[in-house]
Design a protein around this ligand. Structure first.
Ligand SMILES: [Fe+2]
Length: 256
């Protein structure tokens, strides 16, 4: 159970954060802007510039949405549990759900549940990238068409790309996953620690890889470029892989 409670926006959509909450934002964004230097991909830095987020106040969702106009995305407040169907429907409408709470100062490295820093700082800069923006919308549409068990397998694709993805660049491996880029510890760990595996992206392997959401990851997958997202949207290939994996999970002892 979370101790965090999302705030209700007022009639104009404005969320009333306390001075302490704005201070937490300031601490987080200043620290993280420093940590991502030479670690985030160029597209993320482009997005940071395009969004021009305040460092002293939690940005309003309205101002973030205005900046995301370049890829026709907007952010929408989420104040409670979003049913999974509604979550995918929002992505399909190019509406990115944003939790309206921020972690407390004692939990700056908090990982349990996405807060507004994770959503705005971790994901929104990348939503200015056309390939990433198109992929997230497509994901919402495609996931909507699947059964619960196939969605569970597909969620690994979202996890190891949008949340925890690395990308090969001419300067070396860089980060684009929002789960990493909103975490001070994991931004360093994902690229420099010797413990995690860093593997070349393989769709099949990603779909087979289970993950935990409440710990630092033990493996990351590296795509060749953000254009790789367009290759991932091959629904025929994906459906065949999803059904094959589901069938092997349903019949683990089946031999051919
Ligand atoms: Fe996320």
């Amino acid at each position: 159970m979370t101790k965090y409670i999302a705030k209700q926006p007022d009639k104009k959509g404005y969320i009333n954060f306390s001075p302490q909450e704005h201070q937490t934002w300031e601490t987080l964004i200043k620290r993280q802007k420093n940590t991502i230097k030479n670690r985030a991909c160029d597209e993320f830095f482009y997005g940071i510039e395009a969004l021009n987020m305040s460092e002293t106040k939690i940005p309003t969702l309205q101002e973030i949405s205005e900046s995301l106009n370049i890829t026709s995305w907007k952010v929408m407040p989420v104040t409670g549990t979003v049913l999974v169907d509604e979550f995918f429907a929002m992505l399909a409408r190019r509406e990115f759900p944003v939790a309206t709470f921020i972690r407390i100062p004692e939990e700056l490295d908090y990982l349990q549940q996405p807060d507004i820093f994770h959503e705005l700082f971790g994901h929104c800069p990348m939503l200015t990238s056309q390939a990433y923006a198109d992929f997230v919308q497509w994901y919402g549409e495609f996931a909507s068409s699947l059964t619960h068990s196939l969605r569970t397998i597909l969620s690994r694709l979202f996890w190891f790309t949008i949340e925890f993805g690395l990308v090969k660049t001419s300067q070396g491996i860089r980060i684009y996953g929002g789960g990493i880029l909103s975490s001070h510890q994991e931004t360093v760990f994902a690229l420099e620690d010797e413990r995690p595996q860093r593997k070349v992206f393989s769709l099949h392997e990603v779909l087979l890889t289970k993950y935990r959401y409440d710990v630092i990851q033990d493996r990351y997958f590296i795509i060749n470029s953000l254009e790789s997202f367009y290759e991932m949207m091959d629904e025929k290939l994906l459906l065949s892989a999803l059904h094959e994996i589901k069938s092997s999970q349903d019949n683990p002892f089946k031999t051919c």
